[in-house]
Design a protein around this ligand. Structure first.
Ligand code: SF4
Ligand code: SF4
Ligand code: FES
Length: 243
């Protein structure tokens, strides 16, 4: 591996100190084998600038905390090897979400709000009976639900989405994927017409312009294009049935 010196240009702004205007700050760092952007950021914070703000928890592409714009693309810092990037690396916080400081954004409030809007719980038509036998589910259905549940709520699909960037209340691919998860689940007794009340608007599935940045950039490779198509098909059916 050729020894490279990486030039980082990192967005700096702390809303707690609004007198210091947003700016880009430059840092240099020697690249080491298997370095990720997450490792580089930790070294920068430990060796050069303890005031640098960014998030991480798992370091293994599981928690979704370290998403940021890396050379303009939403990606996970812990999953992005510097060797796959040019020497000049620009880091910005994800757009759409509330800025906490520098590269850290609050995705939690957005996802909690989305969970409430989509009523992300099973709407059963029977009272819970703790003595009842567990109902069986066929494997393909269970696997389809599992596929949708792999979302780590990183926010990359929302940050990449043209509609989410201009329409504050847009559910985005993560929200529509959540709806797909419950439409697939036979235990959820909501009818497509009831789901239409939630997503049959321009803030829901009809606001999607279908350019598929979400599908390309999802670090978990969830088939968002398929999920969007499923929800759109069901909602078109519900719209026709309501006429
Ligand atoms: S396909 Fe739809 S949800 Fe995905 S990024 Fe484009 S507008 Fe957003
Ligand atoms: S759908 Fe993919 S890109 Fe969007 S929040 Fe979930 S894991 Fe992240
Ligand atoms: S630190 Fe958890 S996904 Fe990167």
């Amino acid at each position: 591996m050729e020894n490279r010196t990486l030039n980082f240009s990192i967005f700096r702004y702390n809303p707690a100190t609004p007198d210091i205007k947003p700016r880009m700050q430059d840092y240099q760092l020697d690249e080491t084998p298997n370095m990720t952007v997450f490792i580089a950021l930790n070294r920068l914070r430990e060796e050069q600038d303890p005031s640098l703000i960014f998030d991480f928890v798992c370091r293994a592409a599981i928690c979704g905390s370290c998403a940021m714009l890396i050379n303009g693309r939403p990606r996970l810092a812990c999953k992005t090897l510097t060797i796959d990037l040019p020497e000049n690396i620009t880091l910005m916080p994800l757009p759409v979400f509330k800025l906490v400081g520098d590269l850290s954004v609050d995705t939690g409030v957005w996802f909690r709000h989305m969970g409430m809007r989509t009523e992300s719980w099973i709407h059963a038509d029977q009272k819970f009976n703790p003595k009842a036998q567990e109902e069986r589910m066929d494997n393909p259905t269970a696997l389809d639900i599992y596929e949708a549940e792999r979302c780590i709520e990183c926010g990359c699909c929302i940050a990449a989405c043209a509609t989410a960037n201009i329409r504050e209340d847009f559910l985005g691919a993560a929200g529509i994927n959540r709806i797909a998860r419950f439409l697939i689940d036979p235990r959820d007794k909501r009818t497509p017409s009831q789901v239409f009340e939630v997503v049959g608007t321009d803030e829901g599935v009809f606001g999607c312009i279908g350019l598929m940045a979400c599908d390309v950039l999802c670090p978990m490779e969830i088939p968002l294009q398929t999920q969007l198509a499923l929800v759109r098909r069901k909602m078109m059916g519900a719209a026709i049935a309501r006429r």
